[in-house]
Ligand binder design. Structure first.
Ligand SMILES: [Zn+2]
Length: 537
């Protein structure tokens, strides 16, 4: 039985051997004649034969290796300087290759998905031994050298090493594919790229001055578009800046009542009954009762004139504790261990509040997706913490036990109340927000400005943007005045953001993917490698 490894391949398999660890495929090359690579002359004069042993795709976790007999021919052209040459093994086995093309392509896919270290382990488990360095070299070699010229360019920055070096990602917004990854995020970086890739008609970018300048210098004829997602984020950040460190005039008890129904259980005869204590709480209560009793006993003995030494012996505590209890005017309090705030109030989640809120409003309600995105931004908390935090944003179904628990309103949840789109608020929350804003004219003004700006962006209304800018500037709220001035300075690009459909939405997604790849890089994510993997995706 002799058959080719591929229909058109000159490599034919003659037999299969199993040596206990490796599957050996005995094979030969079936060319009529050899063709000299130097002079292209044909030759049928065999000089000698030798063995090539390239790896092929593994089979059922077992390493597969060709045992390929290759002939060396003598060149018959007397004018040719080459004496002998090896015959061509076809596209499946390039000259000097240690693996068949199929095996190399498979390793490349593994390396692109899993990176060097993990990829090497996966490949080894499949039966292909390869070093992490070799995998990374394959990825590097596979990267497109030249990138195409684009009509609609998206550009955004990302941190290569947090707060030290930054990179720039370039996207083709028409195909929504990344086309290049550059080192640096200054104007010069973008300008150079645009000069080398002429033809850009539209450039979507964030509101940073560097990219605006780079686009102006590198592609002066292109229309610049400010990114809508970034614009909304800027407005949310303006209100958030007002809320930070602000005293909120809300009665906590009142707030708790507005936010959730009471847990008080009313018995059938109308008498109120407090809910049964949990085992932990019962234990704490018992311990406290014992401590109070001990304090009373010490006080009584001291009043009766007993000495410290005598009291210590009688009650069975140290003299030091006796002195402390005698000095204490009130029974000792339980040491309060502050529970770590969960959900919306968790400090772990705080840095991502504004981002999450905007993503939620943009329609992303998928916790796993949101989790991936904020992890890529440095969130170190759990997915369940996030799920718990965004739960109140979902439309409420039947009231569950969880929801019936009294949630105490704190300053932090007030912040959420202000940042959440009003149509997502429950009636109780809306009333509470109204009360909050009634008592704070500045906050009410900032709140109106944020909602107004969201509306301008949502409805893509250039005409109302002027009104909004006027209101913001005359508001004397520093964060909103700054936002209005920033928008004014970048007015042309903001206008086109409202008129044109192009936005950096897809760029954000690729930035998140890039960060994931960067993390998978195990510290090896050098820029050329990062670029190769981002572009391969
Ligand atoms: Zn020759």
């Amino acid at each position: 039985m002799v058959f080719p490894v591929d229909p058109d391949s000159p490599i034919h398999i003659k037999g299969i051997r199993w040596d206990g660890s490796v599957i050996q495929l005995d094979a030969k090359v079936v060319n009529e004649v050899g063709r000299c690579p130097s002079c292209q002359g044909a030759s049928d004069k065999v000089h000698d034969r030798y063995l090539r042993r390239p790896f092929d795709l593994p089979w059922r976790g077992r390493t597969v290796r060709l045992s390929l007999t290759v002939r060396r021919f003598r060149c018959l052209n007397p004018a040719c300087e080459r004496g002998t040459f090896a015959e061509d093994c076809g596209p499946d086995l390039p000259r000097y290759a240690r693996r068949t093309l199929e095996a190399t392509n498979h390793l490349l896919q593994v390396a692109r998905v899993a990176g060097g270290e993990v990829g090497a382990r996966i490949a080894a488990s499949e039966g292909l031994k390869v070093s992490p360095d070799t995998l990374l070299r394959l990825v590097r070699l596979s990267a497109p050298q030249a990138t195409p010229c684009l009509r609609v360019v998206g550009v955004d920055d990302f941190a290569l090493h947090r707060r030290q070096t930054y990179g720039t990602i370039i996207l083709n917004l028409e195909t929504r594919r990344p086309v290049d990854v550059l080192e640096g995020r200054d104007a010069e970086t973008l300008a150079n790229w645009l000069r080398e890739h002429p033809g850009a008609e539209v450039i979507a970018r964030d509101r940073s001055g560097a990219y605006a300048e780079g686009a102006r210098v590198g592609a002066p004829k292109a229309i610049q578009v400010a990114d809508r997602f970034h614009l909304v984020q800027n407005a949310s950040a303006a209100l958030d800046g007002m809320l930070r460190g602000r005293r909120l005039n809300v009665d906590e008890a009142e707030a708790a009542e507005a936010m959730a129904p009471s847990t008080t259980i009313v018995e059938e005869d109308g008498q109120e009954m407090s809910p049964p204590l949990s085992p932990t709480k019962r234990y704490v209560a018992e311990r406290r009762a014992a401590r109070v009793a001990r304090w009373k006993r010490v006080k009584e003995l001291a009043q009766a004139g007993a000495g410290i030494r005598q009291i210590a012996r009688e009650v069975g505590i140290s003299r030091k504790t006796v002195r402390r209890l005698i000095d204490a005017p009130l029974p000792p309090r339980n040491r309060v261990i502050n529970p770590r705030p969960g959900g919306l109030r968790s400090p772990t989640l705080q840095p991502f509040v504004v981002y999450l809120q905007d993503r939620w409003q943009a329609g992303c309600h998928n916790v796993s997706q949101l989790h991936r995105e904020i992890v890529a931004q440095g969130y170190a908390g759990s997915r369940s913490l996030l799920a718990q935090a965004v739960q109140p944003w979902r439309p409420s179904r039947l009231p569950t036990k969880q929801q019936q628990k009294v949630k105490r309103m704190t300053r932090r949840s007030m912040r959420w109340l202000c940042l959440r789109p009003p149509d997502q608020l429950k009636p109780g929350e809306r009333a509470l927000l109204g009360k909050l804003l009634d008592g704070d004219a500045d906050l009410a003004l900032g709140y109106d400005l944020l909602q107004g700006f969201r509306k301008v962006i949502e409805e893509r209304d250039v005409a109302t943007l002027d009104d909004w800018l006027g209101k913001a500037k005359s508001s004397h709220l520093p964060t909103f005045v700054a936002l209005a001035n920033g928008v004014d300075a970048d007015r042309a690009a903001v206008n086109t953001a409202l008129i044109m459909k192009w936005s950096n939405g897809p760029t954000e997604g690729h930035i998140n993917r890039l960060k994931l790849i960067k993390r998978q890089g195990y510290g090896r994510a050098k820029l050329d490698l990062l670029r190769a993997r981002v572009l391969a995706g």
